[in-house]
Each structure stands twice: as structure tokens, then as C-alpha cells.
Design a protein. Structure first.
Length: 136
């Protein structure tokens, strides 16, 4: 099975990503991009995208970036992650780009940047560093 099909089929099984209306928008070895439309369903009380929604799509972007470099019979789980929120997230959509920093046999270190997309361009709103574990 090719890499993009593998990632997309796995992603389609994630109920939370469906709830968030998130979608995989790009897959290359070591990097995965996920987009999520901004709507009232993903905002908090001040109208900004909720931190949990940002963290969820960033976590998935990191996980699939890690999975993209693992053997085909692998699965991936998050071991830990840290998120820094650097600006309130508003706009028409959020674009999370996950990439591998260092792939190991069992543990993979990843990072993700989340950008708020609007008619004025893109703005960095959050940064994640995550550790993923290979599960066979």
C-alpha cells in the first residue's frame, strides 16, 4: 500500500478528526499536513479556536508524520507532547504541519506548527513537540 493511502485510510478511522471536520491535505515521507475549518463547533468562549482542537490536529499531524517513516505493519501512539500557544487562533481554517525531527526504531521525535489561515495570509498560532512510539 502506498504511503498516502496508508495515512488517509488510518486517518478516516479517527472519530475525533471527523467531529472536527479535519482532513489530510498533504502527505510526504516525514511530513503530514492536516487542515481544519474554523467554525463555532471548534471555538472557545472568546471566539478563538479551542486549544484542545489545535492540539488534536497537531497531535495527529505529528503521529502520521512519524508513521510515514515506520514499516508498513506499524501503528503509532503518542507518548507525550508539549504545546506552546503563541497567538489566538482565528480565521477561516487551521493548517497543522507535522514533521519528523528524528526517527528511531521505536521512538520518533516530531514537531508541528499550526497556522491560522485568513484572507490576510497565515499566522503561526501554536507549536508542538511530540514523542511517538511505534506499536506493531
Amino acid at each position: 500500500m502506498n504511503l498516502e493511502t496508508r495515512v488517509r485510510e488510518s486517518f478516516a478511522l479517527q472519530g475525533l478528526m471527523q467531529t472536527l471536520s479535519a482532513s489530510v491535505t498533504r502527505v510526504i515521507a516525514g511530513e503530514v499536513e492536516i487542515s481544519m475549518p474554523v467554525s463555532s463547533a471548534v471555538t472557545q468562549q472568546h471566539g478563538f479556536v479551542h486549544a484542545a482542537a489545535l492540539a488534536a490536529i497537531m497531535d495527529s499531524a505529528c503521529g502520521y508524520a512519524a508513521l510515514s517513516l515506520m514499516p508498513e505493519d506499524s501503528n503509532v501512539l503518542a507518548v507525550e507532547f508539549k504545546v506552546n500557544f503563541v497567538a489566538p487562533a482565528t480565521g477561516s481554517s487551521i493548517r497543522a504541519v507535522g514533521s519528523v525531527i528524528k526517527a528511531g526504531k521505536t521512538i520518533t521525535l516530531t514537531t508541528a506548527n499550526a497556522y491560522a489561515v485568513s484572507s490576510e495570509g497565515e499566522k503561526l498560532v501554536a507549536v508542538m513537540q511530540a514523542t511517538m512510539i511505534r506499536k506493531s
